[in-house]
Design a protein around this ligand. Structure first.
Ligand code: DGY
Length: 329
């Protein structure tokens, strides 16, 4: 019987419809702790498929020991943690879960935006610390969202979903992308501009660009310095697209208003990290797609990606589609 390795614990009832006595489940029994690297390397040597996630590093060493592997399926849209070129060389399809999570991630970006603009974190701390003695005319006065300008870096599926929401919130939309997106321009009145113009003109800047060699540290001190000192910066993409030390410095010097961060250069971020000492930094633990509905849809797609590959069919969403070209076999 073919084996599927799950690098996180899932309730067996959720998997039953896909497995149905056809596959053997090899499971790391922790839901919120990554499978230890050595164990991952040991277990993958003997399985046909892996159900993975953003916290596992599927690098050269991994693919070298994964001798029987026929399918890699990650529960997420991003795949910067997987050596796609090596998987492709070995003819292994890599599946992911685009589309279904766009709405959830866009909604989290909006939640972080309002949390920053209305100073919710500081307000909560103020009450909890027993500092609230009376109402004050300008106490925790924040900034208005309606009528302000949002700059979206990366107009992919999540960018479009975000543009749809903020268009209805009455925000003006600027975007920067590798290519112009005429559909978003028409539908959401989004205006394409250079990164520099976006950084200078926007009141809220949302980072959605995927992590690649080209986007690593795309925003550093110089770029943050271009932002308005009232600007709010949101990152729901990947931590390393931003130079975190520079972001800390800019926030400390009060050169931007606030930051809402769901992702970090090193995850999990340490509780003692300097960014967490700042009152105007709102953080969440990489929960962009974490609604129950979305996570169930992601599980369904990930399982279908695996089962399809094991049955010799195309995955529902394949990252390295080249492997399906006849010349590759
Ligand atoms: C994604 O879908 O890429 C999320 O960041 C979780 O991995």
């Amino acid at each position: 019987m073919k084996k599927i390795l799950f690098t996180r614990a899932f309730q067996r009832e959720l998997l039953a419809p896909y497995i149905e006595g056809k596959y053997e489940v090899v499971m790391w029994e922790e839901e919120n702790i990554p499978m230890p690297r050595q164990l991952l390397l040991e277990k993958v040597a003997d399985v046909e498929a892996i159900y993975t996630n953003v916290a596992d590093q599927l690098d050269e060493e991994f693919f070298n020991v994964a001798k029987n592997l026929k399918a890699v399926a990650t529960m997420g849209v991003g795949y910067d943690n997987i050596a796609i070129d090596i998987a492709t060389e070995k003819g292994i399809p890599v599946g992911h879960t685009p589309d279904v999570l766009s709405e959830a991630v866009a909604e989290l970006a909006v939640a972080l935006m309002y949390t920053c603009s209305r100073r919710i974190r500081e307000s909560m701390d103020f009450i909890r610390n027993g500092q609230w003695k009376a109402w004050g005319p300008f106490m925790f006065a924040g900034s208005r969202i309606k009528g302000s300008t949002i700059g979206i870096i990366g107009m992919g599926r999540i960018g479009k979903e975000l543009a749809d929401i903020v268009n209805r919130l009455g925000m003006k939309i600027l975007y920067h992308n590798r290519r112009r997106d005429h559909e978003s321009e028409e539908r959401y009145e989004a205006r394409y501009c250079s990164l520099e113009e976006l950084l200078k003109q926007s009141d809220v800047i949302v980072m959605l660009a995927p992590l690649t060699d080209q986007t690593r540290h795309m925003l550093g001190y110089e770029e943050f310095s271009m932002m308005k000192n009232t600007a709010i910066f949101i990152n729901v993409s990947r931590g390393p697209v931003v130079n975190e030390k520079d972001l800390f410095q800019i926030l400390k010097e009060n050169k931007i208003f606030a930051a809402g961060l769901d992702v970090f250069e090193i995850e999990p971020i340490k509780a003692t990290h300097e960014l967490l000492t700042l009152p105007n930094v709102v953080t969440t633990p990489h929960i962009g797609s974490a609604t129950i509905e979305t996570r169930l849809r992601m599980l369904d797609i990930t399982m279908n990606n695996i089962v399809n590959a094991l049955e010799g069919k195309e995955m529902l969403f394949t990252v390295n589609k080249d492997i399906y070209q006849p010349s590759k076999f």
